[in-house]
Design a protein around this ligand. Structure first.
Ligand SMILES: *[C@@H]1O[C@H](CO)[C@@H](O)[C@H](O)[C@H]1NC(C)=O
Ligand SMILES: *[C@@H]1O[C@H](CO)[C@@H](O)[C@H](O)[C@H]1NC(C)=O
Length: 432
């Protein structure tokens, strides 16, 4: 049901997106916000979008990675652009990008290949592979928005990105040519767009729940209006963004903080029953272990073993009268879908509340907790991350879908519209 709602919700927006071809240069028009349409790839569960890049402009499909440091694309296959500029060693661009290396180019087929380009290390987080790449800039074009409707397309003439090799695409969704990083760096997509157009250092994601559903990334501040002028940026429940002092990214150097987004989960409740947890795991230690991060790379929330056991046992106990069915991997707790009523926010299972730093609740309803794995079989959509994962709780894509999540970097906080699903139905009924 949630997917139907989100499909309806975004339909008017996208209709306009497809029928509004106008463009403007950054010089003549200053947008307040920008938007990218997001799809979900059915076989990999990756969230993808398409950027227009180069001269002449070509569509470049990329996978989103909330925690990644920058945009990287495959430059080895058919990269042709009259506006490609490699970043010269020791340039301001190299220092903005925090590059510490000046490379020898071993890929003569690449545009601008020379021995005076600074290097970074593009990563594929799905295969945990990283390699050397060159920092470069080129034109990027993106659609603006006033918060209600898509507006003119605007261009950023010198958008920084990293050139990677074709083999690094292995494991990415079909047709994808790179990774778009939304992380906390000075050259991530949000950072470069905010700098280019002098708008607030904020962005928001609404991930789609089905391949047919349409999600969005907004760069800049709200309003984020979808339908009937209801603004999804109001009613956000905020918590502090936390900085993990130790990055594990290949590009990082000792002592650098992570570009990923961490929050403080203080406790977890299931229909008012507190899940017994070892709270030491919920804090980030000086080596960067523990804590909770938000990720678009993992499809389902991953929990350290003791947290996983406590959560699933509590869930089972809270509805102990409901018979379970054989588990379907990677999940451990499954039921017949028909055991639960349908509600406005998915199956009527006990809600899971993350009590976040500051005291607010991030409530996970059935639409974001139960995964349909077969006809009439649903499973609790959390997975066991083993005994010693680096991060105790990794909130994954399924638990973010159809919710608006805003990253307010200037104020170092993240807001989630937990009422989105409930409001959505109201909006649609109200509009008919
Ligand atoms: C880069 O340096 C290497 C080794 O010094 C040399 O073989 C190569 O021809 C140089 N490439 C370019 C594009 O200058
Ligand atoms: C809680 O977790 C910490 C960190 O892994 C561990 O050192 C400690 O032994 C755990 N405490 C209990 C009671 O299991």
């Amino acid at each position: 049901m949630a997917s139907l709602i989100s499909h309806l919700l975004f339909f008017p927006l996208l209709l306009l997106l497809l029928t509004s071809p106008s463009t403007a240069s950054a010089a003549s028009f200053r947008p307040k916000a920008l938007l990218l349409q997001v799809s979900k790839d059915s076989s990999t569960h990756q969230y993808t979008t398409t950027l227009n890049q180069r001269t002449p402009l070509v569509p470049v499909p990329v996978t989103l990675d909330l925690g990644a440091q920058f945009l990287w694309v495959d430059c080895d296959r058919a990269y042709a652009s009259s506006t490609y500029r490699p970043a010269r060693c020791n340039s301001a661009q190299c220092s903005l990008a925090n590059s510490k290396s000046c490379g020898t180019c071993n890929a003569p087929a690449r545009p601008g290949c020379n021995n005076n380009t600074c290097g970074l290390f593009p990563e594929n987080p799905f295969t945990n592979t990283a390699t050397g790449g060159e920092l470069a800039s080129d034109v990027v074009q993106i659609r603006s928005t006033d918060g209600s409707n898509p507006g003119l397309s605007v261009t950023v003439p010198n958008f920084l990105f990293v050139c990677g090799p074709t083999f690094l695409l292995k494991g990415l969704a079909q047709g994808v040519q790179g990774i778009a990083g939304l992380g906390r760096t000075r050259i991530s997509l949000p950072a470069q767009f905010s700098a280019a157009f002098s708008f607030p250092r904020k962005f928001a994601i609404c991930l789609p729940s089905t391949p047919r559903g349409n999600g969005v990334v907004f760069f800049g501040d709200g309003p984020y209006k979808f339908l009937l002028n209801t603004d999804a940026s109001t009613g956000l429940t905020y918590t502090r963004l936390l900085i993990n002092p130790v990055s594990t990214a290949a590009t990082s150097f000792a002592g650098e903080p992570s570009a990923e987004y961490f929050i403080g989960v203080k406790s977890i409740k299931i229909r008012d029953t507190v899940v017994p947890l070892n709270t030491t795991l919920l804090t980030i230690d000086s080596n960067g272990n523990g804590g909770t991060k938000i990720s678009t790379v993992v499809p389902y929330t991953v929990l350290e073993t003791s947290i996983f056991k406590a959560l699933t046992e509590t869930f089972i106990n809270v509805i102990k009268d409901v018979p379970r069915v054989k588990a379907v991997a990677p999940f451990k707790v499954c039921y017949k879908a028909s055991s639960f009523p349908s509600t406005r926010v998915g199956l009527g299972v006990p809600q899971i509340d993350l009590v976040v730093d500051g005291g607010a609740l991030w409530t996970i309803f059935g639409a974001n907790s139960m995964v349909e794995v077969a006809d009439n079989v649903v499973c609790l959509g959390f997975v066991d991350g083993g005994a010693n994962p680096r991060t105790a709780i990794v909130i994954g894509g399924y638990q973010l879908e159809d919710n608006l999540v805003q990253f307010d970097l200037a104020r170092s906080r993240v807001g989630r519209n937990g009422d989105t699903l409930m409001k959505e139905e109201g909006w649609i009924i109200g509009g008919k």
